[in-house]
Design a protein around this ligand. Sequence first.
Ligand code: PLP
Length: 401
Amino acid sequence: MNTSSVTLAERSAFTEEQLRVLGYDIYYPSIGGELGDPFCVNRRYAINMATNNYLGLANDPRIKEAYIDGIYKYGTSMCATPVAGGYTDQFEAVEAALAPFIGVERLLLYPSCYQANNGLFSALATEDDLVLFDRGAHSSLIQGILPVGCAKYPFAHNDPDALEYLLRKKTGYAHVFVVTESVFSTEGSIAPFAEINALCKRYGATPVVDDSHGIGVLGAHGGGILDHCGITDYDGLYTTSLGKAIANNCGVVGGPRRVIDYMRYLSSHLVYSTAVAPCILSGLLRTLDILELEYRDRIERVYRYRDTIRAALRAAGFTVVDGAAPINSIVAGPSEETVRISKALMQRGVLTTPFVFPSVPKNKGRVRMIAGANLAESTIAYVCTALDGIHHNLYDNALVA
Ligand SMILES: Cc1ncc(COP(=O)(O)O)c(C=O)c1O
């Protein structure tokens, strides 16, 4: 007797249409070396504008060396959860350097920010609570909130008035969380977080900001959104991925000492998952040292490249979002068009990220380009020249035909 009416093979079947529109080749590119300029993708050399290697540190020889030293001293793995097997003695140094860099009192290191975003809500929220979240919030935040079973409402993207309306209207909950990202990476917008934080203070809510695309990108010192907003007394919660501009791996939850100490024992995504590998702690320490010396030069280059490419995209005829973060986001429309633009760029040797539903709303596809500080000026010049030809081939030729 069959107890299931649907097989897993049926459930996981892509529709013919999805396959035709997306193709398998555009996602999960096969990378044949480090994130250099150029880099090897799908067995050819190309320019990498698809990763979040903003500061160009992913193949920095000094950080590689720190990883190797970490492996020699501490081995490859902790082979246990942190609560049982601990972290290496580098952890105190990482916390001592990273917490003030970000602007939080204490922090925890999770294997990833996806896990951090899930672990935060599972430890701190209850079904009697209310979560108000920016409509564009990252999937890992939403997937963290859903299992709590609490009330939840989206507010209009980056709109403090819409948030305040909900804060006024929705009352009677045990605790209220307000969730947003700092930089929304599909379009490069930056949250008005100073205002959101002030609203939270006024209404007794706890802000939760995911700074995955803000750390190493925003602020005078690269500390991220709190640095950017000049918030020096933050008493909300903070998460970030260290696998983007910081070019390492793992996720952070930061916040007031008391809350973090509680999560240390009661956040199951931390407590029941193998501790972050020792070489990552070594790499992080080295990266923070480098940022102290080189952040300004590197980030200046990142914003300059963004502006040059944005101007070239617009001159070629593309519509580009006016985001303040160092991200260029081409407004591409339906999935098919989004993939077509991204494929055309790849044919000219530029790897980009095509965002289609469900990563963005239906028919609001975007092609994202991030130009890291490791790219040469001549590489940027090549991309700008290529863009004009690509737009012409995609649209003007099509019209003639
Ligand atoms: C906004 C945001 N939050 C969280 C994550 C997850 O971070 P990690 O890769 O460290 O799990 C990502 C990565 O895609 C992200 O963009």
